[in-house]
Design a protein around this ligand. Structure first.
Ligand code: FAD
Ligand code: NA
Length: 385
């Protein structure tokens, strides 16, 4: 065995643990990934025709208020001063999101002050006062009132879930923040930006050490290759960031996920939307939103093609086997099933389960890095020393 630690999955969880293992224990680390690239879902590549950096598994914006994580990621990349803003098209008009005073005044053709807008929304949200929201529709109405809910939330959510909101549980939306000023910065975090030289340069720098070796196109469950489950479990410390139900051959059942299909369009224009993310709030457009990747990196304008642009439309649906699992569905049945798998995973000898697939959780990048730094310290390091 020429490795002190084997990591399944070259996503941010696996890369962070690998980096820590070399730095703190001088371990020799083997990372395997079934895909042909590192970075997991945060992977991106440069599009030759347009000069856009395409985020292959959906738009990834880095943001955090965690100083430890911010200092950590800045060891490997600088960040641009990009700040995320999102717009939405509704009935032939473009509105700013998240719903703010600009959205409200444009929608109601008004010039409400913050207090007037607050009073209006409170009154409209009172429509169902005294009743418990029975489904997502009622929940949306009681949070922000029917007019704004129906214009901006209802049909978008229906497209995300491929289900009428009257048939969805109220619990899907706990809060619908409305801002009573004109602030349309999407994230409220202390730090935000995109990696200056792209995501892949960042990730390569994390594992730029001769003690880390990566085997791509390598499936942990393929027993014809050496780095497989049957050969390794119990023999060497392992970090597993693939799907937890897959690890146990789905013996208790399958955890449910949503996935996203991307449809690429190219236009003979420098700029198609004038912003990186355009949502579509109405049912007549079948996709939820469209990403114009060039606009994530305006600082690269000189290096981009001004005659062509590339846009990816996003279509959301339930994931079947063979689809990329993106967002955990997380019904109470799913959570109960996951807690059984968690019980099994805790009994696996010298295997640490981590990341979004290994723990059936939605994590942003900063959260998964934080959880990997923690897992290194508390779970993986003791297995190596
Ligand atoms: P992953 O990145 O999924 O890595 C797991 C790796 O394990 C994969 O590379 C996979 O190929 C590999 N693997 C699985 N099974 C096997 C096997 N059998 N053998 C070998 N390898 C295997 N976060 C943000 O902070 N900002 C955003 O804007 C943002 N947008 C997102 C948009 C979408 C559509 C999605 C899905 C996620 C988004 N995220 C965002 C979250 C971000 O992608 C995750 O936080 C991060 O990718 C999690 O890293 P991970 O290592 O846990 O998992
Ligand atoms: Na995103």
């Amino acid at each position: 065995m020429d490795a002190d630690l084997v990591i399944v999955g070259a996503g941010l969880f696996g890369l962070t643990v690998a980096q820590q293992a070399v730095e703190h224990s001088g371990a020799r680390v083997r990372i395997i990934d079934v895909r042909n690239h590192i970075g997991g879902n945060a992977y991106s590549y440069m599009d030759k025709e347009t000069g856009a950096e395409i985020h292959q598994y959906g738009a990834h914006l880095f943001h955090t208020s965690n100083r430890k994580v911010w200092e950590y990621v800045n060891r490997f990349t600088e960040f641009t001063d990009y700040t995320h803003r999102v717009y939405t098209t509704h009935k032939g008009e473009v509105f700013p999101l998240p719903i703010n005073l600009g959205t409200i005044n444009q929608f109601f053709r008004a010039r409400y002050t913050p207090q007037e807008a607050r009073d209006l929304i409170r009154e409209q949200a009172g429509e169902l006062a005294g009743t418990d929201p029975a489904n997502l529709n009622d929940q949306g109405i009681s949070l922000i009132g029917r007019p704004l809910y129906e214009a901006f939330i209802k049909n978008y959510t229906a497209k995300q879930w491929q289900t009428d909101p009257s048939q969805l549980p109220a619990s899907i939306i706990k809060r619908l923040p409305v801002r009573f000023n004109y602030d349309n910065h999407y994230f409220k975090d202390t730090w935000e930006g995109l990696p200056k030289e792209g995501y892949t340069a960042w990730f390569e720098r994390m594992i730029d050490d001769p003690r880390i070796e990566v085997s791509l196109g390598t499936d942990f469950f393929d027993t014809t290759q050496p780095w497989n489950r049957d050969a390794l479990v119990g023999q060497v410390p392992l970090v597993y960031t693939g799907p937890v139900d897959r690890y146990f051959d789905y013996r208790l059942g399958e955890l449910k996920w949503r996935t996203v299909d991307f449809k690429e369009r190219r236009y003979d224009e420098d700029d198609h939307f004038g912003c990186p993310v355009m949502n579509f709030s109405d049912p007549d457009v079948p996709y939820t939103r469209a990403i114009e990747f060039k606009n994530f990196n305006p600082e690269r304008h000189d290096r981009q093609n001004h005659e062509r642009t590339v846009v990816w439309e996003e279509y959301s649906r339930f994931a079947g086997k063979g689809d990329e699992p993106y967002y955990p569905i997380n019904t109470s049945d799913d959570r109960a099933l996951y807690s059984e798998y968690k019980g099994l995973s805790e009994q696996e000898p010298r295997v640490v389960f981590g990341g979004r697939l290994g723990t059936y959780a939605y994590y942003d990048m900063h959260q998964v890095i934080n959880s990997a730094l923690d897992a290194w310290e508390k779970k993986v390091k003791p297995l190596i020393d």
